[in-house]
Design a protein around this ligand. Structure first.
Ligand code: BES
Ligand code: ZN
Ligand code: ZN
Length: 482
């Protein structure tokens, strides 16, 4: 470690080990009131050391600590830093990977719309494989970890950029162009459906939501098809480039941030980019319903009855429950185009999910425990994204009954809205995919107006690292041979 020259060394201190004798500068740190508390920092400029606290040695905490350290250096003159590795096992690359991700995710800022750009003087970050426990580490596995960490973090930042872009600069056509750009740059196939083709596909629910906007809708299908894939996975994303609520107009306070209603679709773009870069042996299909929900003389209305792509009729009782209408048609389209081993959808679907599980956690649900478990397993433990399970039940399904159509687009009770929204989507899953589908409500973590852990204020890129870890896991499996 001493052989590496840098302006500053970042030292991560585990809170409960603060009293441990190997913590250098313990007395000065104590005097400064630093005790290794999670995400707290103490800069000892003269010593060239930046201390940062972490709750534990777990990768989720280390990732956040590394991000906090890098964020602290914004606005300083330091140009280079070094960090030592913390492994719990010679083959364990998890902490190393988390550290790389933390650095890249923590350095992210969105200043495309600032006249004066914020400047990060930091030019180099050196991660040493020297290790406190003295393990002999394998360079190859660390090289792969470094590569995947960089690809995943950069894809997350790419998704953050899309979500943070204002609605009049990122509308459906722009999202379609982003997909076409990705297809040109990487080995991806891309199909874009415009209004005429969408109509031909009988996606009338999606079209109804889109009708009042001057920005015409797009259905995007991006596909990554490696040879001999271990599995075929489809990921469907809600891409509401703006959700005003439509005629069931949102109030002023609730409308701000609704540029982030395209987070699910934006995550799909990031995932496909990363999967192609990682060259994972899994076939991945991304579907995005890019639509703007607006008001006007042409707007769809509460009381309308829509006929979805699969022929089911939907009574519209609230035009602000538009995401499920878009997804209903898009899920049908995705299943028609591809028979998948697993089908996931990601959406900022309900405020109820945020109320239920908080701002920082996604909700996952489905008919069968398997795909749900895959998402839970890819959660905090390895990707750092927090996900919790929500269970379907027959009583909430009944609250979606309509007197005049097959189903209502809103529940008749004010409770359990995240689950009833999921159960609405379940009506558009066919027999072949029933046990293969899970819905992920990312309404909480997709966009938060303050920094938290490795996430900046604004878009977090929720869903990208989560699904990448899930896909990486599937790519290592033997039991999914086609
Ligand atoms: N896009 C919103 C959900 C949302 C809310 C996302 C807050 C992120 C933060 C969705 O389209 C919506 O408006 N849902 C309604 C459903 C209701 C009318 C049944 C909601 O959650 O209030
Ligand atoms: Zn809405
Ligand atoms: Zn919405």
């Amino acid at each position: 470690m001493d052989a590496i020259t840098a302006d500053l060394e970042i030292i991560i201190v585990i809170a409960k080990e603060f009293e441990h004798p190997f913590v250098q500068d313990a007395n000065i740190l104590k005097q400064a009131g630093f005790s290794g508390e999670h995400e707290s920092i103490c800069l000892l400029h003269e010593k060239g050391r930046l201390y940062v606290g972490s709750e534990s040695i777990k990768s989720k905490d280390i990732r956040a600590a590394a991000a906090v350290a890098i964020r602290t250096l914004k606005g300083t003159q330091y140009e280079s830093v070094k960090i030592a590795n913390y492994a719990s096992h010679p083959k364990c690359t998890a902490v190393f990977r988390a550290m790389v991700e933390g650095v890249l995710l923590g350095a992210y800022h969105f200043d495309n719309y600032k006249s004066k750009k914020s400047e990060h003087k930091l030019r180099s970050v050196t991660l040493s494989l020297q290790e406190y426990h003295g393990y002999e580490l394998e360079p190859e596995s660390f090289e792969q970890a470094l590569n995947r960490a960089k690809i995943g973090a950069n894809a997350t930042n790419y998704t953050r950029d899309i979500v943070n872009t204002p609605p009049d600069d990122c509308y459906p056509e722009v999202m379609a162009n982003l997909a076409l750009d990705l297809a040109k740059k990487y080995e991806l196939e891309c199909t874009i459906l415009k209004s005429k083709e969408i109509k031909k596909e009988n996606m009338n629910a999606l079209l109804a939501v889109a009708r009042a906007s001057r920005h015409k809708p797009r259905v995007i299908h991006l596909a990554y098809k490696p040879e001999n894939p271990k599995a075929v996975i489809s990921i469907v994303g809600k891409g509401l480039t703006y959700d005003s609520g439509g005629l069931s107009l949102k109030s002023a306070d609730y409308m701000v941030t609704m540029k982030a209603d395209k987070s699910g679709g934006s995550a799909v773009l990031g995932i496909l980019k990363a999967v192609a870069q990682m060259k994972l042996p899994v076939e991945v299909h991304g579907f995005i319903g890019a639509v703007e929900n607006m008001i006007g003389g042409d707007a769809y209305k509460p009381d309308d009855v829509l006929v979805a792509k699969n022929g089911k009729t939907i009574e519209v009782r609230n035009t602000d429950a538009e995401g499920r209408l878009v997804l209903a048609d898009l899920l049908c389209y995705a299943q028609q185009e591809v028979t998948s081993d697993y089908l996931f959808d990601m959406a900022t679907l309900t405020g109820a999910c945020v109320v239920g599980v908080g701002n920082y956690t996604s909700g996952v649900m489905g008919n069968d425990p398997m795909p749900t478990k895959m998402v839970l397993d890819a959660g905090a433990g390895i990707s750092g994204e927090m996900v919790t399970k929500l269970d379907f039940n027959h009583y909430l399904r009944k609250t979606l009954k309509s007197d005049i159509a097959d189903i209502s687009n809103v529940s008749n009770t004010r409770y359990g809205g995240a689950i009833s929204a999921g159960m609405f989507l379940a009506e558009f899953i066919d027999e072949a995919h029933k046990e293969k589908w899970a819905h992920i409500d990312i309404a909480g973590p997709a966009y938060v107006e303050h920094t938290w852990g490795e996430n900046p204020s604004g878009a977090s890129g929720a869903g990208v690292r989560l699904m990448l870890r899930l896909l990486e896991k599937v790519s290592r499996r033997e039991d999914h041979q086609q």
